[in-house]
Design a protein around this ligand. Structure first.
Ligand SMILES: C[S@@+](CC[C@H](N)C(=O)[O-])C[C@H]1O[C@@H](n2cnc3c(N)ncnc32)[C@H](O)[C@@H]1O
Length: 235
């Protein structure tokens, strides 16, 4: 099981804090990780982690926080949702939700080309074929017709704030998704590593109605620089 408090290498760990640069994940060999979020999952989630395709190939701290939050507080109300995850990496958050909730719709986990094979591998590892679909979705590019038709009303985004040039692209995609379905709730969790990360939040506050989410673990994860919000359409 993975311990949220582990801090193996402060300078190059994704769990690290730094003001001036976004640290790259520490290189680790490909491995299979098993998680049950303290018993919140009926069957453990199996995740293959492999950094050879990119930084999303390992689990990240905001993904752990968001997955646990959704399992603890939203298992029931997500059952009828149309869920799409952005920057899913290996699929930590989306796959957790699919294992924990009796979803009536397929759940889409999305990322860039480099992550596609890993997302597919992890879907199979958890026997979630047909219930979870992996798709390419590059932030800032127009949404595919399939996603437009799906009209997601719950968006998951964990640890997607770490590379400043991508901020406007991510904001553009979030805006497009909220325009597509104005009742959408975006669950947005990130770890502050640099001052610029808070600029992302300031920009989001100009565009969306941003609310910091209650969670019994908040005192713990906020000490680690982790923030959990919902973004909804401004009235
Ligand atoms: C830090 S990882 C987080 C992975 C996962 N959400 C988690 O919490 O474990 C960020 C993810 O965002 C994806 N990403 C970065 N830039 C992107 C872009 N322009 N379009 C789509 N995905 C992007 C990366 O490929 C990576 O998988």
């Amino acid at each position: 099981m993975v311990d949220l408090d582990r801090t193996p290498s402060p300078e190059f760990s994704p769990w690290a804090m730094g003001e001036d640069f976004a640290p790259l994940p520490e290189y680790k060999v490909a491995t299979d990780t098993v998680l049950d979020f303290g018993g919140l999952l009926p069957a453990p989630l199996k995740l293959h982690e492999d950094l050879s395709s990119g930084c999303g190939g390992q689990l990240w701290p905001a993904g752990m926080v968001l997955a646990k939050h959704l399992l603890r507080y939203h298992q029931k109300d997500l059952q009828e949702a149309r869920i799409l995850e952005l920057g899913a990496g290996g699929g930590l958050v989306g796959l957790s939700v699919a294992l924990g909730s009796k979803l009536q719709n397929p759940l889409y986990i999305t990322d860039q080309e480099e992550m596609f094979a890993l997302m597919g591998h992890n879907i199979e590892l958890n026997n979630l074929q047909g219930r979870v679909e992996a798709r390419l979705l590059n932030w800032g590019e127009p949404l595919s017709q399939e996603i437009v038709d799906f009209k997601p009303d719950v968006i998951l985004a964990a640890d997607c704030v770490y590379f400043e040039p991508a901020f406007p692209l991510l904001l553009a995609t979030l805006t497009e998704l909220l325009t597509l379905c104005p009742s959408t709730t975006i669950y947005f969790c990130f770890k502050k590593r640099r001052r610029a990360d808070m600029q992302f939040l300031k920009k989001a506050q100009k565009t969306f109605h941003v609310v910091e989410v209650e969670d019994e673990d908040r005192p713990i994860f906020s000490r680690q620089g982790l923030f959990l919000y919902t973004f909804t359409k401004k009235q």
